[in-house]
Design a binder for this molecule. Sequence first.
Ligand code: ADP
Length: 453
Amino acid sequence: MTERLKKFFVHGFNFVRNNPQIIYTFFLVIVIPLAFVFTSEQFLKITRENQNKLERNRISILEETFALFAGDHMRDPAYLRERIVALGKNNETMRNFQVLGPRFGETYPVVASLNSGDLDTGSEVDNLSTFLLGSASGNPRETYATSYFIEGERYWRGVRAITATSSSETIGYIVVDLSMSQADAVMRKNMRNAYGLLGIIILLIIVMLARQARIIDYATLYQRLKEVDQMKDDFVSMAAHELRTPLAAIRGYANLLQGMKDIPQTHKRDIEMIDASARDLAFLVDDILDVARIQEGRMSFTRTEIDVRALLSSVVLTLQNVAQSKGLALRVEFSDAIPLLTTDEKRTKQIFTNIIGNALKYTFAGEVVVRADVKQNHVVVRVSDTGIGISAEDQKNLFQKFYRVKSKETEDVRGTGLGLWITHQIVKEMGGSISIESIKGKGTDFIITLPVV
Ligand code: ADP
């Protein structure tokens, strides 16, 4: 049993830890309202205490003042009543004001009263008055007051002795009842309003939490989506990696067949096609693997001193046959002194092969010129073509992954839209920059700037 209880608590604890929104909900819906109720009750208690103090003082002052002159007028009930009525007019909470004569057996004769019906020969007093009258007769200089309830309404009763001016002998008493119903009603109304407001706030919090729960669902979904996306990336790079070996085998066998003497010329062209397609596929696989490396921050850079002049000449030489097959002129020009760059040779070659390759790919007549220059401690390579050009709108998206310009001229050109994204990432990683200047239909300039140090 204890084992099961322990399991239950551990499970509960883990559940709450994994779903912290439960704690927020608990705080918002339970703890904060409870704190509000507690504070309100405290406030109410303090207000009541202060109010009681005030009422006690009010009764004391009222009775003390009245007792001062009542001592001289005990034999003039009409005058006393006139004063009492005048007081009653100024005190709307006053429910009773009696001047009693000294005790006579079990009763006290009513000398004057706010309510004229009280004026009979003798008045039997209730337990509360008996107690207060007893206290007042024992200490004539004090007012004795206490609160009491009748049918749910709160009252204050105060009693004080009247002493003769000459002998300080007790010659009567003042009994005053003040109703607290008005003050209590205001207090009740305020509390009702406060609790009503609290109810509305709790309701709003619950509605907001319900919405929040939906957002949490989306967040979980987003997390899941990210995981699935990661799984997809992992799968793609694994598949791409696995494709490399069979592709190398296809290209190897194609080259072997190409070299055989007794293969007819028509078949040799077919074998060439196989090799070209396998090569395109190998480039695509390389691009996919580069994307994965960049995204996971795994692309390595081995810095060595490289001669840009030699590197560009070699790239241009390699691509010369592509230019020739399309009838394009391809040349490279250098300014006088190009300093050595300290950077990754393979990646630098990849940048220029891609940009010059693109210039040849998207140019159908004219020339591609590569110019290398030095500016403010940077090597600036400008690749200019007289190709199809790129509109200002397309230029904005060009460095996004998989972005390809869709137009009549490009529909037959094969590509993945990954080359420029990869090039941009590598250039950034090397501390350089890449920009475009292009007029649609006229040609494009790609400008690559790499820092010398
Ligand atoms: P791919 O060439 O495989 O489509 P890239 O990322 O290398 O992918 O290039 C993205 C797009 O940019 C290309 O599809 C093409 O529309 C456009 N582009 C790149 N270089 C040039 C250029 N020199 N002239 C015109 N358009 C170009």
